[in-house]
Write a protein that binds this ligand. Structure first.
Ligand code: SF4
Length: 246
């Protein structure tokens, strides 16, 4: 689906001021500002991990019609699909399930079986990055659940920034929250979460590329554990020639 709402632009100096102000702001206040600033041209992108659940809970009370985009790679865990259905119903979400251009069979026919084993960057590019790029056309801002404590590569995440890869404002309202703060909120509000978290999966992506980790391990070490890869590419580019491939 392509959004047709009128864009609401921010000048670079406005973004710079907001970067400063948002460092000490509560995520709920940042989300409130975003819904007022961007209205129907705001989209939340979530994979229904804990920070995403908190985001959806806050938005359900202040702007329940906000567009919620989730990338269905068609390789998600059954537990993830069950959670998406449950949260969609619980919050009556305006949910947009974005699927890749190629089905699993079409991808296998064109690129060979188990591409995620041989070339996970290419698989993520086709099943995540490109579909997201198409889905964000027409929106003025997107909200993500990226936090600085998730990994060293995410440690400098800006709460608000201009996203030149997708040509819109990017908001990470929870950038300076910790994992403990997220779980405290979930428990305080008795919110649902992916049951895989209770079985050793702190970070959950596709079925083929996510493993359980031992207690105390890097939370993202179960993602693409057989590869050097640490990011799918939608927040931080996975390969140097990313732009060339798009
Ligand atoms: S996480 Fe794995 S299966 Fe999912 S899109 Fe990326 S490479 Fe493909």
């Amino acid at each position: 689906m392509t959004n047709t709402a009128a864009p609401s632009y921010l000048e670079p100096d406005q973004i710079a001021h907001l970067q400063h102000d948002f460092e000490s702001a509560h995520p709920q206040d940042i989300l409130q500002w975003a819904t007022q600033q961007f209205g129907d041209s705001l989209a939340v992108v979530t994979s229904f991990q804990p920070t995403g659940i908190v985001t959806l809970h806050m938005l359900s009370e202040m702007a329940p019609h906000t567009a919620i985009i989730t990338l269905d790679t068609e390789f998600l865990f059954p537990e993830t699909y069950a959670l998406i259905d449950r949260v969609e119903s619980l919050f009556n979400l305006n949910l947009i399930r974005v699927r890749p251009e190629l089905t699993i069979d079409q991808q296998a026919a064109a690129y060979g079986d188990k591409l995620w084993v041989r070339n996970p960057d290419q698989c993520c590019h086709m099943r995540k990055t490109l579909p997201l790029k198409d889905a964000l056309v027409g929106y003025s801002a997107w909200v993500t659940g990226v936090r600085r404590d998730q990994s060293s590569r995410r440690s400098s995440t800006a709460i608000i920034n201009w996203d030149s890869r997708y040509n819109l404002v990017k908001l990470c309202p929870f950038a300076n929250w910790t994992e403990d703060m997220v779980w405290t909120y979930i428990q305080a509000h008795d919110l649902p979460y992916n049951e895989l978290h209770d079985r050793g999966y702190p970070s959950i992506g596709c079925l083929h590329c996510t493993q359980a980790v031992t207690d105390g391990a890097d939370p993202r070490s179960g993602r693409w554990a057989m590869h050097q890869k640490t990011e799918c590419g939608i927040h931080i580019s996975s390969f140097e020639d990313d732009r060339a491939r798009e």
